[in-house]
Write a new protein. Structure first.
Length: 559
RNA sequence: GCGCCCGUAGCUCAGCUGGAUAGAGCAUCGGCCUUCUAAGCCGAGGGUCCCAGGUUCGAGUCCUGGCGGGCGCGCCA
């Protein structure tokens, strides 16, 4: 790539000067006037060489500017920066690579094909998914995609807590509504589930089971539990599927008990010598590994706490061959991180396993005020309600556009706006506009032969900047993947779309026919079509990575 | 009280391994409509980067101490 030219030139010049070998840091200057590539080596070497940075910089310039191919000129600027201006062919040559690689442009190999399990959503089957789950679904799915783009083998996993007390409460809640359905006196437990969906569940259950469970019985409750969990799981699956999220595996907590993994985990922990009894309960000395306090594994009544199956579950990840595991969870669960890791370390797993991406909560605002309405769940807005109102693409993008650890304000007014003010539409429009140029020209993008185009004709500043932006895409994907940061992709797409839209509009034939893609000059037209085609590739790849559509044309929704 | 996260323009937020004059969108203001689609375009104003120290050629970024907000600190899940 273009940076390589500069790097080799710099390294050679430094060697000639007898400078100690250092990491040469190259960066893309924000201001185009500062050239295409810049470096601060002269400044970092100043103290080592005991020379003023500008003096070092000037010597480097003397050694480099002597006819280095691809480098048009080098300048010293500011306190000692070196600014490289590349020749246009060096800047635009990258476009050929974009077109050749097409759907795989942006892919990297950092993961070397290694497997990584990404756990996310992991909602209890006790009600409809809320917005926190939605954010998590978008994050987990996209982080998985980012890892795949960087050469990992991502495995999307959903852990079902189908064994605990919450399930019992759900069953009790359904039972109460069931009795009410038949006109009996009953009330939902105080800490039970009060949403409308419980009434729906009870009614549906009454329709299939009839009135034969009006007497309180273990069998009846078990039937209701099974029925409710099954229904809710199906509903959650449908909501996630409509949101474009699919899992490779649903791991059931009950299976940990059924397969004896929980008991085996206790045994293995006992062998570490970190287990002790206190006031009738069984504890693990997690403080040994940095936890705030020791944790109870088995309560004095003989039942395990949540901690134990959690450790057993994460142990299976390691045993299933995942040396890398990422958990996407709400930040309200961060208290469990240290203890789970401590439990795993006691069993010999490495520190820091698994890795966590903790995200903050979501609030929805309309006209600057928070809205909390919900028809079905009562106290919270469901994912489905939001998706039905603004669409899956907009919902996904909005959940991804902020870094996970920051609180997210979902602006409904902006989400419902179908103009370029809405970042999602802005990016999709940019893509559709480029596609429309090809329609207008009566061409398919496949018809564009990058080899036949003279890309040095793309010499306006706007086109050079655009070409640079497009060729930065792979680097961006690498960084976003390494940081587990989908929001960087959103930011990149929005910036790129802005540049694209402005390039497109500048070439409006009624205003500046000479700047239009479809100019009369055949050679220039060919070059611009190649650029347009490269734009299409990058925008589409970015949108797909985020799990959004890349529409060829935009249909206005009239309502 | 202890731990984690956040604090950047009126609002919502970016800001890479510490770099040049701190950026974007929304909102506001000014100018543009017979289109490679004006649900748009061009331009402008707007800043104590929470505060105080420190590290160094250089700090929004790193360190220490405060302040403000969120979350977590059960033999709950």
């Amino acid at each position: 790539m273009s940076h390589a030219v500069v790097r080799t030139a710099l390294e050679r010049a430094l060697e000639e000067m007898g400078a100690p070998s250092t990491e040469v840091h190259l960066e893309r200057p924000r201001d185009p006037a500062h050239g295409d590539v810049a470096t601060n080596v002269a400044m970092t070497l100043a103290s080592i060489l005991r020379k003023p940075p500008r003096e070092i910089a000037e010597e480097l310039v003397r050694r480099i500017s002597e006819g280095e191919p691809g480098i048009e000129r080098v300048e010293v600027a500011g306190p000692g920066f070196l600014n490289f201006h590349l020749s246009t062919d060096r800047v635009t040559a990258g476009l050929r690579e974009v077109l050749e690689l097409d759907e795989s442009f942006g892919k990297g190999t950092a993961g070397e094909g290694r497997p990584v399990v990404v756990e996310f959503v992991s909602a209890n089957p006790t009600g409809p998914l809320h917005l926190g789950h939605g954010r998590q679904a978008a994050l987990g799915d996209t982080i998985s995609a980012l890892l795949e783009w960087n050469g990992w083998e991502a495995y999307r996993e959903f852990y079902y807590n189908d064994a605990g007390r919450q399930i019992e409460l759900l069953a009790r809640s359904v039972q109460a509504r069931y009795l009410e359905h038949f006109g009996r006196d009953a009330s939902v437990p105080e800490d039970g589930y009060h949403g409308v969906f419980v009434i729906e569940l009870a009614r549906a259950f009454a329709e299939t089971a009839g009135d034969r469970y009006l007497e309180d019985s273990p069998e009846g409750l078990a039937e209701m539990r099974r029925f409710a969990v099954d229904r809710i799981r199906k509903e959650q699956d449908r909501d996630l599927s409509d949101f474009g999220v699919h899992f490779d595996e649903y791991y059931l907590e009950t299976s940990l008990y059924d397969e004896g993994r929980v008991d085996r985990t206790i045994e293995r922990l006992r062998e570490t010598g970190l287990v002790y009894e206190h006031e009738g309960a069984l504890w693990l000395r997690t403080t040994e590994y940095g936890d705030q306090k020791d944790r109870v594994m088995v309560k004095s009544d003989g039942s395990p706490t949540y901690f134990l199956p959690d450790v057993a579950y994460h142990l299976t990840k390691w045993e299933r061959g995942f040396q890398d595991a990422i958990n996407v969870q709400g930040a309200d669960h961060h208290g469990t991180v240290d203890r789970v890791r401590a439990g795993l370390r006691a069993l010999g797993l490495p520190a820091g396993y698994p890795e966590y991406v903790l995200h903050q909560m979501v609030t929805v605002e309309r006209e600057g005020k928070e809205v909390k309405f919900s028809k079905r769940a009562g106290s919270y807005i469901t994912l489905r309600e939001l998706v039905e109102e603004v669409g899956a693409d907009v919902t996904r993008y909005f959940f991804l556009m902020r870094k996970p650890e920051a609180h997210l304000v979902f602006d409904l007014d902006m989400a419902l706006d179908q103009s370029d003010k809405n970042p999602v539409y802005k990016v999709q429009y940019a893509h559709a506009r480029i596609c429309s140029i090809f329609r207008k020209a009566g061409l398919d993008w496949e018809d564009v032969d990058p080899e036949a185009a003279d890309l040095t004709l793309l010499e306006t500043e706007q086109e050079r900047e655009l070409a640079k932006k497009l060729t930065e895409f792979p680097e961006l994907i690498a960084r976003a993947g390494a940081h587990r940061a989908p929001h960087l992709v959103c930011e990149y797409l929005e910036q790129t779309a802005g540049q694209v839209n402005s390039w497109y509009h500048a070439g409006n034939p009624t205003r500046n026919p000479q700047l239009a893609v479809l100019v009369d000059d055949t050679e220039l037209r060919r070059a611009r079509l190649a650029l347009a085609s490269a734009i299409r590739v990058v925008l589409r790849n970015g949108l797909r990575l985020l799990g959004l559509n890349a529409p060829v044309r935009m249909e206005k929704e009239s309502d």
